[in-house]
Design a protein around this ligand. Structure first.
Ligand SMILES: [Zn+2]
Length: 174
């Protein structure tokens, strides 16, 4: 059922992101997350945790694929050294896109210099829909708040949080 700020269509894409998170290679030190980048009612790209590299985050993979496909404009080749999307992503090409993620995009990360929240802003994405707020287990959360401060519309869908969380149940104390 649609709630404040989101539609049944949002629920459908977010469920896809949650399903994708199941593809993540298991890890005891990182969440399994799925991300779906949608524009104009179609999936542009997808990503899941550790999809290409053990340090990959789902949103990062989806954005890297968008850059590789030329969807993000800018200079993708400049941003992909070592598989890291960097400043070359910035453009208006994704301004109408929504990033669906099973987990709140990270604000801080240990393994790479730029967080998913920073990459989302750099890519020009203006709307993020998430299922589950990041518990402060590995790094502090706060990505959703920070994205909001950057002018990105952040929509939380609490009714799907349990599904996103269940895939990570082994990581959560208690
Ligand atoms: Zn991340």
């Amino acid at each position: 059922m649609a709630g404040p700020g989101y539609t049944d269509t949002d629920l459908r894409w977010l469920r896809e992101a949650i399903e994708l998170s199941r593809c993540s290679p298991p890890s005891d030190g990182a969440f399994s997350v799925g991300a779906v980048l949608v524009s104009g009612g179609e999936i542009l790209t997808t990503g899941f945790s550790r999809e290409r590299d053990q340090h990959d985050h789902a949103e990062e993979v989806a954005l890297a694929k968008a850059a590789e496909a030329g969807l993000a404009g800018g200079r993708p080749e400049a941003g992909l050294a070592g598989g890291r999307p960097e400043a070359g992503l910035a453009s208006a090409g994704l301004a109408g896109a929504t990033m669906y993620s099973s987990l709140e995009p990270c604000l801080r990360r240990l393994s790479r210099p730029r967080s998913c929240a920073q990459l989302i802003v750099a890519a020009g994405i203006r709307r993020v829909v998430l299922a589950w707020r990041e518990p402060p287990l590995f790094v502090p959360g706060g990505g959703a708040r920070w994205l909001g401060e950057q002018g990105v519309t952040v929509v939380e869908v609490p009714e799907l949080a349990d599904q996103a969380r269940a895939i990570n149940a082994h990581l959560i104390p208690g």
